[in-house]
Ligand binder design. Structure first.
Ligand code: FCB
Length: 444
């Protein structure tokens, strides 16, 4: 068999992208509710107010997952659903919702992998500076302790943060994600606090759930020089440092990469941060999760504020997101992670693709040959990495359902299950049945 019997096959989602009931049932406002209700932030003014209505339809969704033979489900808890203001009073309806979901999953023989933070910060905390506030790691540790206390008897697999690069850079530097801040210094401050928050959350998890299997999820994105011009080669190294090493080194080595720290310090971007404090991020982890979607080619450009820009190779095949289809990049990223950081175990916690699909479908199955080919390619690349010694233990397809794709609203469909957002009807795509077959046979 290409994949071992105990390989974990899963699907992944995130709270704000699927739940709906965004400000109902006691849930506090989160930064994505605020952001998506602000004109011109999200395509067509789409919001997560209803999304896939998973909050009410979770029994049907779990049953569908079970019918595919999926062994694990990665979902996230909405902080504002448990603690509406981020700190203080707890919302019992929110506690109960995840409790019911977890029980349903366990009944269906599906192992829950819980992400504690997938981007939906309580707005009340953003009103105090959000991730730029030095108190954020404390607040996050308290919330983590609450979730661990509530669910740790049934949930063993915990992921602290989803893609902190996106939290910091899309949220506070480029402003394309909530909270929509555009401030370079704030972004590095936010990134610093994600590291501290991860460390504090790991400690809280260990304290509450002694047999927890815990780690974080990072988006590893290969940055390769576009040419062999030494200036491109040098900029690719820096770009990789900003995107990848700035997040991997704290978690695995307890420090920032010195070259990037020097690069940023000379630009005043780390002023006021206690860089040594990042050592707390290197808590012993049981695994690292990686989300894999893209690679970039890097060209130096002195006229660009970053001194470089990213581009696609000529004739690149791309998905609906404009991201390159390049399975070898996943293999390379896994080999690199293994070589440079040697985590005890790795999970691909997200990989998948959006392709243009109709809003309404008829028939029992929607044919999605491009996604089937995409998954086959990336799973082959993952298998190659395993054959070369990478301790890859599982793979979660993004996403179980078509959902609210952040700033793209509902215009990008990543699901292996189609959702008709007018009626909430779910329809399997061929890729879901393909996944089912892989799970059954261990073969691609
Ligand atoms: C990842 C996010 C996930 C989804 C995919 C397409 O960066 O973690 O929520 O939006 O991209």
């Amino acid at each position: 068999m290409t994949f071992p019997k105990d390989f974990v096959w899963g699907t992944a989602t995130a709270s704000y992208q699927i739940e709906g009931a965004a400000v109902q049932e006691g849930r506090g406002e989160c930064i994505w509710t605020r952001f998506s209700h602000t004109p011109d932030k999200v395509k067509h003014g789409h919001t997560g107010d209803v999304a896939c209505d998973h909050y009410h339809r979770y029994p049907e969704d779990v049953a569908l997952m079970q019918s595919l033979g999926v062994g694990a489900y990665r979902f996230s808890i909405s902080w504002a659903r448990l603690i509406p203001n981020g700190t203080g009073a707890v919302n019992q309806a929110g506690i109960d919702f995840y409790s019911r979901l977890i029980d349903k999953l366990l009944e269906a023989g599906i192992t829950p992998f819980v992400t504690l933070y997938h981007w939906d910060l309580p707005q009340a905390l953003e009103d105090q500076g959000g991730w730029t506030n030095a108190a954020l790691p404390n607040w996050f540790a308290d919330y983590t302790a609450l979730a661990a206390k509530q669910y740790g008897d049934r949930v063993k697999h915990w992921i602290t943060l989803n893609e902190p690069w996106c939290t910091a850079f899309l949220g506070y530097m480029y402003g394309v994600h909530a909270p929509g801040v555009q401030d370079r210094k704030a972004a590095f401050r936010a990134a610093h606090h994600t590291h501290l928050a991860h460390g504090r959350a790991m400690q809280a998890l260990r304290a509450e759930v002694p047999n927890a299997i815990a780690g974080t999820t990072l988006n590893v994105v290969p940055h390769e020089p576009a040419t062999d011009d030494p200036r491109d080669v040098q900029m690719a190294h820096i770009a990789d440092g900003l995107q990848n090493r700035w997040f991997l080194d704290p978690v695995f080595k307890g420090c920032y990469p010195a070259d990037i720290a020097a690069h940023l310090t000379s630009r005043g971007l780390l002023d006021g941060l206690d860089l040594d404090a990042v050592s707390i991020a290197a808590q012993p982890a049981d695994f690292v999760g990686i989300n894999y979607y893209m690679r970039w080619l890097i060209r130096h450009d002195p006229n660009n504020p970053e001194n470089y820009f990213t581009e696609l190779p000529a004739n690149a095949q791309v998905t609906h997101m404009g991201w390159e289809v390049y399975p070898q990049g996943l293999r390379d990223a896994l080999l690199r992670l293994h070589r440079d950081y040697a985590p005890p175990a790795i999970y691909v916690t997200e990989n998948g693709a959006a392709y243009p699909e109709p809003e309404q479908v008829t028939g029992d199955v929607l044919e999605d040959p491009e996604r089937v080919a995409f998954l086959k390619g990336y799973l082959s690349a993952a298998a190659e990495a395993m054959a070369q010694g990478v301790p890859l233990k599982g793979f979660f397809v993004w996403s179980f359902l078509d959902n609210f794709e952040w700033a793209e609203g509902y215009t990008k469909r990543f699901g292996i299950v189609h959702v008709d957002f007018a009626t909430q009807k779910r329809t399997l795509k061929r890729s879901a049945l393909y996944l089912k077959q892989i799970i059954e046979t261990g073969e691609l």
